[in-house]
Design a protein. Structure first.
Length: 152
């Protein structure tokens, strides 16, 4: 059975069913969250920043906000050259993407998140990636809040 996951931006929580087991894992998204060097708090888990695109490089780099709300296909995890084991997220719900792309679920690292969902706990990341591998990926719904409404 494929995974069925939901990520709540404001609460920073990834929940769902993986191989008939319920998971609940804290995760951060956007704004450099998950950086092991220099996180910026401006757009981490900020539902108002989902359209904020990454700009600049080096000292002028501005991190993108959280990934846009909507439905995504979660690919079977694979090795990314910089992020190591990660699962690619492909929008499938027809939601506006604000010319943004390249989202993944991955672990913490020097750069942090420009919109990807980042699990800081290595054990939880390993559990998630193993389960996604076993079930062949799945579906992710991204919501602003657990209340299901628009963030106000």
């Amino acid at each position: 059975m494929k995974a069925s996951l939901t990520y709540y931006i404001w609460e920073g929580l990834l929940v769902g069913m993986l191989n008939d087991e319920f998971i609940q894992m804290p995760a951060i998204c956007g704004g450099g969250g998950g950086s092991t060097k220099n996180p910026s708090a401006k757009s981490v888990n900020n539902p108002y920043s989902t359209g904020l695109k990454t700009t600049g490089s080096g000292a002028g780099h501005v991190h993108g906000g959280p990934l846009p709300t909507g439905k995504y296909a979660v690919a079977t995890p694979s090795i990314h050259p910089k992020l190591k084991l990660s699962a690619r997220l492909t929008p499938t719900g027809g939601q506006p993407m604000f010319t943004r792309s390249g989202f993944l679920i991955h672990g913490a690292g020097p750069h942090g998140s420009d919109g990807c969902i980042v699990l800081k706990d290595r054990n939880q990341l390993k559990t998630l990636m193993n389960a996604l591998t076993a079930c062949g990926g799945g579906t992710l719904f991204v919501e602003e809040t657990m209340s299901g409404g628009r963030f106000v």
